[in-house]
Design a protein around this ligand. Structure first.
Ligand code: CA
Ligand code: CA
Ligand code: CA
Ligand code: CA
Length: 292
């Protein structure tokens, strides 16, 4: 009887151990999955996780079918804004692919697939710059196969959206919103053309409005910071009559002047544009001399 009881107890204990082991192993798997990506579920536009600007988030492509949708908000919709999405710390098992979408869910570009040589490699970081006037943008991140196929790899990554600020004189994209220059010499004024502004497109034009006193001439010099940025300016009279255009070469400093030998004070405008290279930073300065 005693022997039988011990026999029974041994098997009961054995079963309990097996059940506990199963529970622990199940629990571990669930816990791991749950802890891996705090942004889940984020598998569609409607589930997109809001990414705060300038904040790194660790996330995971948990299985090959995983899509990680994000959304980030823009601070000022009257002005061109630029945002760079950095994907770093990409695990060596993951081929990172990032796609941007505007508010209408139209693609703004896919990076990491069919893109620049090298960046679609496993474990390679990815970055994508988005230019927008809209109040938010979407992102979709997934694991590719370092070739052309989506949903083929898994692993961890870190994602961060950094705002590249426009200058503090925005909005200055129309005659009405011109930056007014009414004292000379102006000193060296700073600005940035954030988005290519040329051929009358919707880019980040910079408008200036100057007082042109009778018997005076106003001269200006505009200098791009980057050696591969090309500046272009147009001059308009007070009545918005086009008076001339000057476009430079890469990195070239431009100069111009407006003369008023008459007896009536007037005004004129400059519309500055650029083909932006490494950056669209520029300085502009105005001086006043006697009219010719
Ligand atoms: Ca995920
Ligand atoms: Ca997801
Ligand atoms: Ca600007
Ligand atoms: Ca502007």
């Amino acid at each position: 009887m005693k022997t039988k009881q011990n026999y029974f107890n041994f098997f009961t204990l054995f079963k309990v151990i097996i059940i506990v082991l199963l529970l622990v192993s199940n629990y571990s798997c669930d816990k791991l999955t749950g802890d891996q990506d705090d942004n889940e579920p984020n598998n569609s536009f409607t589930e997109a996780t809001v990414l705060p600007l300038n904040t790194a988030e660790k996330a995971y492509i948990d299985d090959v079918d995983d899509n990680d949708y994000y959304k980030f908000n823009s601070s000022n919709t009257d002005v061109w804004n630029s945002y760079t999405v950095f994907v770093t710390d990409v695990e060596s098992s993951l081929s990172a692919a990032l796609e941007g979408y505007d508010t209408k869910k139209s693609s703004t570009g896919t990076i990491g697939v069919n893109g620049e040589a090298g960046i679609r490699d496993y474990g390679a970081d990815v970055e994508h710059t988005i230019y927008t006037k809209e109040n938010f943008q979407y992102l979709r991140f997934s694991g590719w196969d370092a070739y052309i196929n989506d949903h083929k790899s898994t692993g961890s990554y870190v994602i961060k959206v950094v705002e590249n600020p426009n200058d503090s004189y925005e909005p200055d994209n129309t005659f009405e919103d011109s930056r007014v220059i009414n004292s000379f010499p102006s000193g060296e004024l700073y600005g940035v053309v954030l988005v290519n502004a040329a051929n009358d497109n919707d880019g980040d034009y910079e408008f200036f409005k100057m007082i042109l006193s009778s018997g005076k001439k106003v001269e200006w010099i505009i200098d791009p910071s980057a050696s591969n940025t090309t500046l272009i300016f147009d001059v308009y009279s007070e009545s918005l009559e086009h008076k001339g255009t000057l476009s430079g070469n890469s990195g070239q400093t431009l100069a111009g002047s407006m003369n008023n030998p008459g007896t009536v004070d007037t005004e004129f405008y400059i519309r500055l544009g650029a083909f932006v290279g490494d950056n669209g930073d520029y300085t502009i300065s105005f001086t006043e001399v006697l009219a010719e």
